[in-house]
Structures are given as C-alpha cells and as structure tokens.
Design a protein around this ligand. Structure first.
Ligand code: PMP
Length: 416
C-alpha cells in the first residue's frame, strides 16, 4: 500500500457534488423544477384513481376520456379475458416464482404460445415477460460478434438496448429511408451476418414503415429481418398481424416481435418465427432464461385476448374510422400533425415547445381528456408531442367531444 493513498490519507472534501453519481441528472432535474414552478401539473405523475372502462377513468377526482393508452382494441375489460385471468389465478396461484426453463413453464404459457402461433400462422412462438425483454433478448442473442445490425435511427429504446446488450456492429440509417438503408447494407462485408431491424408503426409520430420495399432490399443483401409490430398487432392487416401483413410481406419476415401491453391488453412480450432452429433460443437467450416467467393469470388473459383478436374485423374497422375522424378533425382545426394522413391508431400533435406542450396537456386534462405528453429523448428531432392513441371502444360521439376539447384548449393556450 506504500504508493497508494490509504483511506485516512485521502484529502477530506466538503464538496457535496464531488463523487455524486446523480450530478449528471442535474440539467433534467432543473428542467423539471422549472416546469413545475410554472404551476402546471406534473405530466409524468398522473394517477388513474379508478378505471371505468378502456376509454374512461377518474383522474384528479374528475371523469376523464383516455386518449393516451395503448389499449387499441379495448381488451382490458373484455368479460372473457377478465374471467380467464380470474380462473387462472384461482387454479394456478398468483405467480410461478421461476424461470421458463426451470419451474416457470405452466400449461398457460404453452397455451399462450399456441395462441400466438395460430394468430400469426407461424411455427414457433416464445413468450417473454415484457416486449422490452423480447427485443433485448432476441436482438442481442441472434446478432453476435462480427455480425451487423442495420436499424432505423428512430427505433424504440428496447431495440437500441438490445443492440447495446449484444456484441454486433450497429449501423443506423435515416428514418424510413430506403436508399439510406441500402447504402449501409452495401458497405457491409458480404460474408458477414446481417440483421435488419424495423418497426411496423413508429410510436412517436404514428407513421408506418415501407416494409415491402425495405424487406426486398434486405433480402437482396441476404440480411435476416426482424419487425417489431408492437403498435400494429390486433389492428393493422386483414387478420391483425401487423404492417407486414398489410403490405403482403409477412412471409419474408424472419422474426416478428410483439407485446401484450398494447392491443392484447395485459403485459408480456413475444417473438414468433418460422426459423427451423428457433427453439434453441429458449436455452441461449438470457433475458428469457434469467428472469421469472409471467404469472398464470397474465398468460391466461393474453391467450384469451389473442384468440379473440383473430376475429375482430368489425372492431378494426371502427378503430380506423376513429383514427381518420380524429386526424381530419384536428387538421381542420389548425393543429400540426405528425403525419399527412392517419396511418395507425396513433395521431401525434406537434407542439411548438415543451412549455406550450405541458400547458396544452394540462388544459386538456382540465377539460377531462388524457393524452400522452412525449418529449426528447423519446421523440425524434427534439419534438414535443401530444400523442393521441385511439381505442376501438371510443364511440363516434367521444371522438367529437375530444375534438371540441382540443379546440377549446388550443385556443386557451394560443396554439391555434
Ligand atoms: N417495442 C415498441 C415499438 C414499443 O413501443 C414498446 C413499448 N412502448 C415495446 C417494444 C416494449 O413493450 P412492453 O411494454 O411490452 O415492454
């Protein structure tokens, strides 16, 4: 120890900041404090005191229309789904207390995987504890050292984190830019393994990917393709399989990633695939192996919901109508939107800045409407967004009420 500094020799510091690992968060803390000092309600701390239905809750003691959930198909209160959860809770208990590869695979997990295989018409399905973990696990496991991941720069955090967890080279390209993607693929050594990662719907602006063209390019360079269909499952495509189905290219997708936390109406994630060696994933995919499996009640609700989503064409149509009606109505009232036309169940309203965005968010809440306030780093191009996500259970009348609320709030805040 002669050359080192012993504990007692260390200079005493009175600088409270020194060594504080939290000091890196100071700019964010300051931004939050400034925002709250301006008197607005905390947009990231809302409590749903009671949930009345997929489209209504009590927030701050007030009945509120929900326009900022991912409950696209309104399955959370479906009587069959709720009954299946209750039954599994009494039959199998509250949790599995173990990993899928040890004591955590119950009959319900297998049934849920069977429901997914039937829903997608694919050979293999693997259920994860969240969609986040599905991306983390599949991406980091299939693309290893010496392989390349080519991904859209606006990919969801779980995709980026999957890239960080693995050892592949990461090659991002400009959002939805087919030429930029091809340029990246062309530069990668021909013999290297390649994975192209895309999303069906990009959740911030609600825009969809040109999957047909992109997948054709990927295949030209012998790349495997993974598509995250988190925001399209259950809604987009003839059978609700997603954007790849709608664009007629689902058979060319090697891995579809999805979640139970949106249209399915519970929690969990999955990957489906036709790859003949897919089952080996169950032994080598760390975010699958080293975590507890979903509770029996959750997989029972998921399986029931997925089976019902297969036969929901009427609800899908109504959700499209809602989305188009809201998009057109907001545009007509002078709001700036994330897409020219409605492309999904998400309609993003672009705010001039965070301050105005927060003020508008609060004004809408006072009107009795909940939307998502989204801000960087979650949003592209430093945008502040009021993200509206529609539900198949919103009535035509509710959409009209929502538009009136937007108009009044927009005028009060001075946005329109
Ligand atoms: N992928 C995308 C595109 C998402 O938007 C999300 C969640 N918002 C996820 C994956 C993760 O899903 P989960 O909530 O099941 O973790």
């Amino acid at each position: 120890m002669s050359e080192g500094i012993s504990q007692s020799d260390r200079p005493v510091t009175h600088d409270a900041e020194k060594g504080d690992l939290f000091s890196k968060f100071d700019p964010l803390i300051k931004q939050r404090e400034d925002l709250l000092e301006s008197g607005v309600e905390d947009p990231f701390n809302l409590v749903m005191e009671r949930v009345l239905s997929p489209t209504q809750a009590i927030c701050n003691g007030r009945e509120t229309i929900l326009l900022g959930t991912y409950n696209y198909m309104g399955m959370t209160f479906d009587p069959d789904v709720v009954a299946a959860g209750k039954q599994a809770l009494s039959d199998y208990g509250s949790g599995t207390t173990g990993s899928r590869v040890l004591n955590g695979t119950y009959q319900g997990h297998k049934e849920c995987e069977e429901a997914l295989k039937a829903f997608y018409g694919m050979d293999h399905a693997m259920v994860f504890s969240t969609g986040y973990q599905a991306n983390l696990g599949i991406i980091s496991t299939i693309a290893g050292k010496g392989d390349y991941i080519v991904l859209d720069i606006d990919s969801h955090a779980s995709i980026w984190d999957g890239c960080s967890l693995g050892n592949a080279e990461i090659v991002p390209f400009k959002h939805n830019d087919i030429d930029a993607m091809e340029k990246r693929l062309r530069r990668i050594p021909e013999e290297a393994g390649k994975l192209v990662v895309l999303e069906g719907v990009y959740s911030m602006l609600g825009d969809i990917a040109p999957l047909k063209e992109m997948i054709a390019v990927a295949k030209k360079y012998d790349a495997m393709v993974l598509v995250d269909e988190a925001h399209s499952m259950g809604f987009i495509g003839e059978n609700g399989r997603g954007v790849a189905e709608a664009q007629g290219v689902i058979d060319d997708v090697d891995f579809v990633i999805g979640t139970f936390s949106k249209s399915v109406g519970t929690v969990g994630g999955f990957c489906v695939s036709n790859h003949p060696k897919f089952e080996i994933m169950r032994l080598v995919c760390r975010p699958y192996v080293f975590t507890a499996s979903l509770p029996p009640s959750v997989v029972a609700t998921a399986a029931t919901s997925i089976r019902k989503l297969m036969h929901n064409a009427d609800k899908r149509k109504h959700l499209w109508d809602n989305s188009q009606r809201l998009h057109a109505g907001l545009k007509e009232r002078g709001f700036t939107l994330g897409t020219e036309e409605a492309q999904s169940a998400i309609v993003a309203v672009i705010m001039p800045d965070l301050e105005k965005g927060a003020a508008m968010w609060e004004a809408l809440l006072k009107e009795g409407l909940y939307v998502n306030l989204a801000r960087p780093p979650a949003t592209p191009a430093n945008m502040t967004l009021l993200r509206c996500s529609l539900c198949a259970e919103h009535s035509e009348e509710q959409v009209g009420t929502i538009l009136d609320m937007f108009e009044r709030a927009g005028k009060t805040v001075g946005i329109i």
